[in-house]
Design a binder for this molecule. Structure first.
Ligand code: NAD
Length: 354
């Protein structure tokens, strides 16, 4: 197949990890007979430096004209005092592209059992996906300050809940068939609407085993018995917090990919981590999250399941053979650089696919 991909390398370690992900995609192209064309675009700090705007209009146009977007990371101390912050560019881009559902898988790889903070018998084999609502809720509600007080507001419509809810049910159908909707319906009105809407929707997906859970319990269950979850669907705020909690159970933030999707196959794929200014330019960045984000793109936007699986297996095998960047130390093994990690993964990919 031929596919055009918008590439936003961004700031900090963004360009370093992006280089490795594109090299992996080129290898996938050679091995499976696909042509990927990359169209570069600016966002965040680099965009502020070059255009004065964190989200130039051209970036939105380029992204809309492609089949998917790959994004490194944006932000950093250099732009901390700018009137318009780099991160605003990212929020604006997700909104402009109608990407209302954020998918964050978290699984414990056999090769990284040692890096998981939970006891092996508690953590063994968990493999879950958090679907987080991305363009509504308290992060987008009215907020303000007056007379020494401050307020933030959360609003959700049934439609906003149902569309992300459907993503949850569909992902559960494609996985192990279990969906847990997380809310705070014992306190919050938006959560009561969330729960009603999700329960109504569950009638349309009889093959999915549906349940709901309060967010405080979900936070506890994630560290008590993470293996009980398959897919979790939740609001913007709760998803932000729970996905970081689930993420750390996998061993390193440098391993976590994500996808932001809306209606249709188009999506934006990015690692969960930020621009890591403390290690930018040192060659220490872990490229796995970026490479695994590219694998999610192959599966979800381009329907290339075998190719996605080959990339995921290559990462797993490289890790299994002890290839580790400094963020996932392994006793008796010297850490390798970002570029070397990318090379090891490409070598495994070639071996897996042939
Ligand atoms: P961060 O994720 O950039 O870094 C947190 C810690 O994890 C740092 O010690 C960093 O070195 C380490 N780390 C992150 N990614 C790594 C990788 N791939 N390999 C090895 N180590 C890695 O979070 P932060 O320090 O809170 O934020 C830095 C900047 O990134 C801020 O400007 C923030 O706003 C921005 N940010 C951007 C995004 C995004 O672009 N989606 C997400 C989060 C933070």
């Amino acid at each position: 197949m031929r596919a055009e991909i918008a590439v936003i390398a961004g700031d900090g370690i963004g360009p370093e990890v992006m280089r490795e992900a594109l090299a992996v995609l080129d290898t996938v192209g050679e091995l499976f007979g696909h042509t990927f064309t990359y169209r570069e675009a600016l966002l965040g700090g680099e965009a502020i430096d070059k255009t004065g705007e964190p989200l130039p209009q051209r970036t939105v146009t380029v992204c809309r004209s492609c089949g998917a977007v790959l994004l490194g990371a944006v932000g950093g101390p250099k732009w901390a005092d700018c009137a318009r912050r780099p991160e605003q560019g990212l929020l604006g881009l997700r909104l402009a592209l109608g990407l209302y559902a954020n998918l964050r898988p978290a699984l414990l790889r056999q090769s990284l059992m040692d890096a998981c903070p939970l006891k092996p018998e508690v953590a063994a084999g968990f493999d879950l996906l958090i679907v987080r609502e991305l363009t509504g809720g308290i992060y987008f509600g009215k907020r303000g300050r007056a007379d020494g007080a401050a307020f933030d507001t959360e609003e959700y419509t049934e439609e906003e809940i149902a569309r992300v809810g459907r993503v949850g049910f569909e992902q559960a159908s494609a996985r192990r068939g279990r969906l847990c909707s997380v809310d705070k319906a014992n306190v919050l009105e938006t959560s009561r609407l969330w729960r009603e809407t999700m329960r109504k929707l569950s009638a349309e997906y009889p093959a999915v085993e549906y349940g709901d859970m309060y967010v405080d319990n979900a936070a506890m269950q994630l560290v008590r018995r993470p293996g009980q979850f398959d897919v979790i669907v939740t609001s913007n705020l709760f998803g932000d917090i729970l996905s970081d909690e689930a993420g750390i159970l996998t061993g390193s933030i440098g391993l976590l990919p994500s996808a932001s999707i809306g209606d249709g196959a188009f999506g934006l794929y990015e690692p969960v981590h930020g621009s890591a200014p403390d290690i930018a330019g040192t060659g220490k960045a872990n490229p796995c999250a970026m490479i695994l984000s590219a694998a999610m793109m192959l599966r979800l936007s381009f329907g290339l399941r075998d190719e996605a699986l080959a990339v995921e297996n290559a990462v797993e095998q490289a890790l299994g053979l002890g290839a580790r960047t400094a963020d996932m130390p392994l006793a008796g093994t010297a850490p390798i650089s970002c570029a070397r990690m990318g090379e090891r993964i490409r070598a495994k990919l070639t071996a897996v696919a042939r």
